[in-house]
Write a protein that binds this ligand. Structure first.
Ligand code: ADP
Length: 497
């Protein structure tokens, strides 16, 4: 017990692991233990004589004085962890959050206060977290090229960040009057932008603000496109501020404009191509009947010139003119219907019949003599197709075959037309083979291209149109390069299910 008596207050404080300050009731420090000195960064005895208030961060001193007075009016123990916290300054002026306990000590009519304190990490952690999140936001803003604005309606000013100030060419001004802000906006875009703001300010609206406008930099006159988004906040039903972000979308706008121009150009080219193809297809359809009409008319003229006409002959020639003109009309009508992509009318048809009709057609048109050989599968099922269109394809193939064979010396021009079913009875396969010169590989690669022709009076649309017609009927048309001599074209058509 006597040993304890020998212990001085100072030696107890010096040995304590917690930081301790002993103050007079005025707040003046009379004793500071080494842990306190270390925590606050002071040398031995440097704290003595200072007031506690001086250790408090200036912005909290007023608050401190209030609580100090309150404590002194009714001194009582205040243990730690009861929310007693102070933002103190160390010797370097760095803020630190301290958790404190207060113990009043009365000695010889004098009131002392023992302050025990520790550094609390909690708020500092929170501050650090805030700093990190602010930094993250800053980096994200920078990466996305976003500017932030806060438009205070009442004061009619806009708070804006660096990014926006840079765009508006007002680098230093932290706020700008609304009028100044609007002055930089392209006059043509002001009205639409203001309308978007007015709409967002309507208390019955969602408050959402969205606008795109140009700004003109007052320094260099450069024009930039801005995309702005934000939200109006209301206070007692009244719009009071608009907070939002802006983004420079000039590059995007340029690309959009370029694409638009390109799209327009492509559309024009396409329109031209369609026009040329349509004209070519029409020419293809009219070529034959016009040639026939011209031949018949020449016969009539010749007979009239020589006054050697025999009425029935004249009649036959004129009848030929009428038929060819009617045929041309029909062909054009069908072609237009096909080009307009009206609904394709198909029917259950016999391929044998269509082939016979096509052969008759070719004969009547006088394309030349040839020997037709038919190899049709027994009990051939019906196909589902548009008869006129398939007939047209066959006439084209026969005509090409005859024209090709005519330039050979072969005494017997043969066209073999073969039909069989394929693909487990789903399709009919039609082959048209001639004994003409056939096609070079280089030529056969291009024959389906529109306008490809090797003939002096050819248009080069026959096979392109034929392929389109067969495809429209649910089949395919190709050249069988392996089947020689001569040329073999094949196409499929769907059988009636
Ligand atoms: P066009 O008859 O006006 O030339 P097509 O598209 O019908 O147009 O034919 C394109 C080209 O394909 C022809 O110019 C010709 O060179 C070639 N061709 C088509 N059919 C045959 C065939 N049976 N034999 C040889 N060449 C052919």
């Amino acid at each position: 017990m006597s040993a304890v008596k020998d212990l001085s207050l100072r030696s107890v404080l010096d040995a304590a692991a917690d930081a301790m300050l002993l103050t007079e009731n005025s707040g003046r420090i009379v004793l500071a233990n080494p842990t306190a000195q270390q925590l606050l960064g002071y040398g031995p005895d440097e704290l003595k004589g200072l007031t506690v208030e001086m250790l408090i961060a200036p912005q909290y001193r007023k608050q401190f004085r209030y609580y100090h007075k309150l404590f002194m009016s009714k001194p009582a123990k205040r243990p730690m962890h009861e929310g007693n916290e102070l933002i103190a300054l160390d010797r370097e002026g760095k803020e630190m959050l301290l958790e404190i306990s207060l113990s009043p000590i009365k000695a010889k009519q004098q009131l002392y206060v023992l302050i025990i304190f520790n550094a609390a990490n909690r708020r500092l952690d929170a501050e650090e977290a805030l700093r990190t999140s602010e930094e993250r936001l800053r980096l994200a803003k920078q990466a996305a090229g976003l500017g932030i604005f806060d438009y205070d309606f009442k004061r009619n000013i806009i708070y804006w960040d660096k990014q926006m100030r840079k765009l508006w060419g007002k680098h230093t001004e932290k706020t700008v009057s609304y009028e100044e802000f609007v002055a930089a906006i392209h006059p043509d875009d002001r009205e639409a932008r203001q309308a978007a703001i007015d709409k967002a300010m309507d208390p019955n609206s969602s408050g959402e603000f969205k606008a795109q406008y140009r700004i003109v930099n007052p320094v260099n006159g450069a024009e930039r496109w801005i995309s702005a988004r934000g939200r109006v906040y209301f206070e007692s039903g009244c719009a009071h501020r608009l907070i939002g972000v802006t983004r420079d979308v000039t590059e995007q706008k340029c690309i959009e404009k370029k694409l638009q121009v390109q799209r327009g150009e492509t559309e024009n080219i396409l329109k031209q191509q369609v026009a040329v193809r349509t004209a070519s297809a029409i020419a293809h359809e009219l070529n034959q009947p016009l040639a026939a009409i011209s031949a018949y008319s020449e016969v009539v003229l010749h007979a009239l010139d020589n006054e050697s006409f025999i009425a029935p002959h004249l009649r036959r020639a004129l009848q030929g003119c009428v038929e060819q003109a009617q045929r041309a009309g029909r062909s054009l009508h069908e072609l237009l219907a096909f080009l307009q992509k009206g609904e394709l009318i198909t029917e259950q048809s016999s391929l044998a019949e269509i082939i016979h009709e096509a052969l008759n057609f070719v004969y009547e048109d006088g394309y030349g003599r040839f020997y037709p050989l038919l190899r049709l599968q027994q009990d051939l099922p019906l196909v589902q197709c548009n008869r006129t269109q398939v007939q047209k394809v066959l006439v084209n193939l026969f005509r090409n075959a005859i024209e090709a064979m005519n330039i050979t010396d072969s005494p017997l021009l043969t066209i073999i037309t073969e039909v069989q079913t394929i693909g487990s009875q789903q399709f009919a396969l039609v082959s048209v083979q001639d004994n003409g010169p056939g096609l070079d590989t280089s030529v056969s690669k291009r024959i389906f291209e529109p306008f490809f022709t090797t003939k002096s009076s050819g248009i080069g649309m026959g096979l392109a149109i034929s392929r389109a017609l067969i495809e429209a009927n649910g089949g395919q048309l190709w050249i069988d390069a392996n089947n020689r001599p001569g040329a073999t074209f094949q196409f499929t058509l769907p059988l009636v299910p």
